[in-house]
Design a binder for this molecule. Sequence first.
Ligand code: SF4
Length: 196
Amino acid sequence: MQKQYGHLTEEALKLGASSCKVIASGEIQVKDDLAALCNGEYTCPNFGLGASCPPHVKGPGQFRKWQALSRYSIVVKIELPTSVMFSNERNGVMRLLHQIVAGVEQKAIETGFKKSKAFAGGSCKELFCEDQANCCVLTENGPCRHIESARPSMSGFGIDVTKLMASCGWQGQKAEESDAADKQSSSWVAGLVLLA
Ligand code: SF4
């Protein structure tokens, strides 16, 4: 299977992913309570600010419909030192994650998977439009300023990222901020492209 989708995994690695796996889309677990965390006991400061975050995305119900149309998915991971994960450089890594999954999505569309959809992590408002007062998709009903890169976060769709890591045979536990001083400590961020 990795071979059949080699042009897509190669694209992910070329764009900057550390690792990339093909999994059966049916293995992806989606949970309503995970999506609810965006506006739960602790509300994400980016909740509602961008078109790619809740409550402006259709959440787990919509994801399950897309998932039903997809046989295989590409999971990408960027490994980074824990010190970078908890520094100002983190947003640059998150932007790269969006660029990688958007690039793989584009390649998938060009090669016949015309309904493919990419998901990354973090708020696109924070990562791409921080210097803008508003998300123009929400306030002007206009096109996204960063349509070539910005993709919705897996969180808003309730994707269980720990289980996703396990499906890839990857370590799912993340390092804590208290590990940032340890030069050997590493962390990761991940994204997903549903092929359809
Ligand atoms: S315009 Fe900016 S905030 Fe709105 S969806 Fe696009 S990247 Fe996100």
